[in-house]
Design a protein around this ligand. Sequence first.
Ligand code: FAD
Length: 350
Amino acid sequence: MSGGGRCNFTNHYINPDDYISHNPHFCKSALTRYTQWDFIDLVKRHHIPFHEKTLGQLFCDHKSQDILNMLLRESEEACVAIRLNTQIEKIEKDSDHHFRVMTSRGNFHCQSLVIASGGLSIPTMGASPFGYKIAEQFGIKVWPTRAGLVPLTLHVEEKERLAVLSGVSVDSWVSHEHMGFRENTLFTHRGLSGPAILQISSYWQPGEAIVINMLPEIHAFSMLKSAKQSYPQKQLKSIIAEYLPKRVVDVFLNATLAEKKIATLSHQQLEEIANDLNAWSVKPNGTEGYRTAEVTLGGVDCDAISSKTMAALAIPGLFFIGEVLDVTGWLGGYNFQWAWSSGWAAGQAV
Ligand SMILES: Cc1cc2nc3c(=O)[nH]c(=O)nc-3n(C[C@H](O)[C@H](O)[C@H](O)COP(=O)(O)OP(=O)(O)OC[C@H]3O[C@@H](n4cnc5c(N)ncnc54)[C@H](O)[C@@H]3O)c2cc1C
């Protein structure tokens, strides 16, 4: 399912600042020791064709399956035994510091136990709170979780007003407090989606507004003032339709004003219209939740984990890697890179 079926496996511009965590420094060590270039080398060694889409995002030319096959081949070379359809019933730690993992297919003993059970996103794919429960069992704090990189839903009134725009996408700058993203916003039958909205959803909290600039390259008020000078007889709607899809113009412009010649509109009216286009403030009423979220924010507290080895500081031999940890990346290959980097870091220590 990843990357629309082509697995956005990493990003040229991986940067620790592009990850959200209660401990923003935690991800730095692993990300700098096993980098995007290391993973790209691995992909190249396996002769998997790939390309950069936008903003440094690297995708397979063919299918995500290429990456899966690569991981399986690497596992085979390392003599990894994979046991599927096995229910883990209980985990205990013996007095000799060995773990006992009791499963539906017998018991296993190990010195190192790595929890890589991911987050809560897409439960139909097998997501479960397993990793969080293990952390709690061993007294490790788990930060509250919530859906990230997820479409936002709108209140009924706003949803009905925007219903005709379902399927329309606009180039945009979407911001919330100090964070902003320049990518597309997609209107859907439930609310708002598209990469800019998914990105901002990881920073948004219920009750807050986001601001959408639908003309990120244009200062709308200056553009309208100069159009008033140059084309006084033109209707307002036809001026704005040069920059935005017609359906968006119909919804966002007051119907009476839209028909008027721009010369008849006051500066204050133009300023209000420009503000709607450059800084449309909208208060979502929620997210689509884990059903469609790409990631889970929150999770196992990084302060309880070694940033060098991913081992729990108080429980020798117990490791947590990937999304189960309280580290969440931006859209664009950042989350897989965190899985590769943290997995590699644990791999050096087990
Ligand atoms: C639809 C979708 C598309 C995505 N696309 C991208 C993308 O293109 N690029 C990107 O960087 N990130 C993407 N992500 C995010 C990325 O997939 C995750 O961040 C990454 O896979 C996390 O790796 P992980 O190994 O920590 O966990 P996961 O890959 O989630 O693996 C955890 C595994 O543990 C299993 N599990 C859970 N509980 C149990 C249990 N009790 N017993 C046994 N097994 C269990 C799960 O079934 C799962 O197989 C996407 C996510 C989704 C949902």
